[in-house]
Design a protein around this ligand. Sequence first.
Ligand SMILES: C[S@@+](CC[C@H](N)C(=O)[O-])C[C@H]1O[C@@H](n2cnc3c(N)ncnc32)[C@H](O)[C@@H]1O
Length: 274
Amino acid sequence: MTVRKIIKKYPELEIELLLARAISKPKEFLFLNPNHQLSGSQFKRLAGFIQRRQKGEPIAYILGNQEFMGLNFKVNSHTLIPRPDTEAMVERVVSLVKSWNSKKRKIKILDVGTGSGCIAIALAKFLGKQAEVAGSDISGRALLVARQNARRQGLKIRFYKSNLLNNIKGDFDVVVANLPYGWKAWKNNTRVETLGLKFEPQIALFTSQSGLREITRLTKQVAALKQKPKAVFLEFDPRQKARLGKIAKHNLPLGGQVFHKDLSGRFRFLELLF
Ligand SMILES: C[S@@+](CC[C@H](N)C(=O)[O-])C[C@H]1O[C@@H](n2cnc3c(N)ncnc32)[C@H](O)[C@@H]1O
């Protein structure tokens, strides 16, 4: 079958990306060579991709990578697929740290629940010498991917296996966390848009207490630190805003709260300043 025929047959599957990968060519090749005939092995490869995609598997897992903040990240079934929702939080951390203009020492940042390492790596990339970034996750398998991603970007980032802050030593100026914040009702949602969620690590997506268990635990752990960070950033679901505000006020009463929106205009992360 030719490139042109395949694109016509599967318009809904982001077929161009799968097709380009199946024939190991850049996407542009498809438009320049619509009459290219797939070899038997290329077609077999493509058929495998199509089958996975039709079952709802996210394209990022099929291709094995996802773009975040303009950087390319390896992902697999042990890591959440980085979301554009998280980019606004990274941008805010970058601008806050830059505004401190710290010349004497590097600002120490910890990304809790780092997954593919996307937040830690983007921060290290965009803050350069101004920051020393570390990442942590409860999943050793996710950390393997995070380490690979850091190496790919030529960055030295320390990654810790830790249940929240349990195994973390040392002080940090900034703690940033995109922890699981999904809850049961969300989990049982079977709309087409959420079909892909069942392919992602459940530990990365869901937790108890209406999705706020890990975030609440983290605020308590931060409260117990001898040396408090100057800023804490927490990503959440827009529907959790009021509850999270109360939890943060209770556990971290000295933290000035600023709620920020994501790039699609929905409240998405809380900044606590000390
Ligand atoms: C929503 S994902 C975020 C991944 C990545 N930071 C991102 O933005 O794409 C949450 C991550 O938190 C990790 N996680 C869940 N519970 C944790 C805990 N108690 N301590 C540390 N990490 C945890 C999961 O393994 C997962 O990698």
